[in-house]
Design a protein around this ligand. Structure first.
Ligand code: AMP
Length: 281
């Protein structure tokens, strides 16, 4: 595996690979890998001839009060894990090379980013689409893999790809969880043992919604109320939102029907956690 720091060199290598007619698979990440990240890397490996993974903790997607400065890092361990999977290139640029002095260009998806995560984290998706567009221009992937864990992010990126005429195919891979149901996340590191136990309530509440829908409940207000009540039983959990939306348009649903996204954001102690499930009704 080669480690590339320079965007220019990465772009040159990828242009060469494309000229040979090879399929480039790409997984953008912020590093500090867990099995969730690695599952995406394995999916991309299977579907490509040349695999590129990026590690870049992207400052523009963090809010001013968020954890950019203390975001966990372990490049040495990440490199080892990528090598074991057979990654060809690790692209790990410096901030100054991605956002040089005078940087002034942003990519924004408008309506899909105003709700859910976008309502709670106003500049977040603008940072995400900007960095992903830049990475796509550098790596020129044929396929790119994202996690369902950040479902809205995948929807927003698909929109950007379509609207901006990128030629990449976006694949969304399933959420990997701990035995307790807690979705793996680099931020789980911030949870104390007690908080971690309580954090499994996110997935439990999603399963409660699933059961209600299976028992023919179609009123999304009643489902959300029951989910909220369940979460509120945990003293360390503070709900940010519980939502039921259409999986494609992300429009809120009063009546549960079609391809449904049930999603939530909950603070457990100081750590903000998100999770979701998708149900076809
Ligand atoms: P991050 O490093 O947090 O930016 O995540 C990089 C990619 O990994 C994103 O596409 C995430 O959606 C995905 N991801 C994060 N957690 C999980 C998980 N538990 N299961 C599957 N994919 C995940």
């Amino acid at each position: 595996m080669e480690i590339i720091r320079s965007p220019k060199i990465m772009q040159k290598i990828c242009t060469g690979v494309k000229k040979e007619g090879k399929i480039i698979g790409f997984v953008p990440t912020m590093g500090y890998f867990h099995e969730g990240h690695l599952s995406l890397v394995k999916v991309a490996k299977k579907k490509s001839d040349v695999l590129v993974v990026s590690i870049f903790v992207n400052p523009t997607q963090f809010g001013p009060k968020e954890d950019f400065k203390k975001y966990p890092k372990d490049l040495k361990r990440d490199k080892k894990l990528l090598k074991e999977i057979g990654c060809d290139f690790l692209f790990a640029p410096d901030i100054k090379d991605m956002y040089p002095e005078g940087y002034d260009t942003y990519v924004e998806v408008e309506n899909l980013t105003r709700i859910l995560e976008g309502a709670s984290r106003p500049e977040h998706f603008k940072g995400v689409t900007t960095i992903v567009a830049k990475l796509f221009n550098i790596v020129q992937p044929d396929i790119a893999v994202f996690g369902q864990k950040d479902f809205q992010q995948a929807v927003v990126i698909k929109r950007m790809v379509k609207d901006s005429n990128f030629f990449v195919k976006i694949i969304v891979a399933p959420t990997i969880r701990e035995k307790s149901g807690l979705a793996l996340s680099s931020r789980n590191l911030y949870l104390s043992d007690e908080e971690k136990k309580e954090a499994s309530i996110l997935y439990q509440s999603l399963n409660l919604a699933k059961k209600m829908i299976e028992s023919r409940e179609r009123d999304s207000r009643r489902i959300k109320d029951r989910m909220r009540r369940l979460i509120q039983e945990k003293p360390r959990a503070k709900i940010d939102y519980v939502a039921i939306n259409d999986s494609e348009t992300l429009k809120p649903l009063k009546e549960v029907k079609g391809d449904v996204l049930i999603s939530l954001a909950v603070r457990v102690g100081k750590t903000r956690l998100i999770d979701n499930i998708r149900i076809k009704v």
